[in-house]
Ligand binder design. Structure first.
Ligand code: FES
Length: 102
């Protein structure tokens, strides 16, 4: 299993902010939703479009191209047109840093 990698300071992201990170060669998004950190694939599962251009709301991330929302905990789309999930990755906060395992 891959090691956790530090990707941000614990206080770096404000609620509803996100940061692009690369872990183990994968392009990921670190997201702060209401003070909790999540990590998901950067690219939408519907078309090759960056979710970084979208926004975070109520534990979900919205794709700004066609408007699908994805649950940040499960990666499942909660509305069309996307019908397949994005990947989610384990996150922990420790020693003042946010760590991701990918
Ligand atoms: S590219 Fe994200 S919903 Fe279409």
């Amino acid at each position: 299993m891959a090691d956790f990698v530090a990707v941000a300071r614990e206080d770096e992201l404000k609620p509803a902010q996100m940061k692009r990170v690369v872990v183990a060669g994968k392009r990921l998004l670190l997201c702060n939703s209401a003070g909790t950190h999540y990590c998901v694939d950067e690219m939408c599962s519907h078309e090759d479009y960056s979710l970084y251009l979208g926004c975070i709301k109520d534990g979900k991330i919205k794709c700004s191209l066609h408007g699908s929302y994805f649950d940040l905990t499960t990666g499942q789309p909660t509305c069309e047109p996307a019908d397949s999930p994005i990947r989610t990755y384990p996150v922990k906060v420790e020693a003042g840093q946010v760590w991701v395992q990918a």
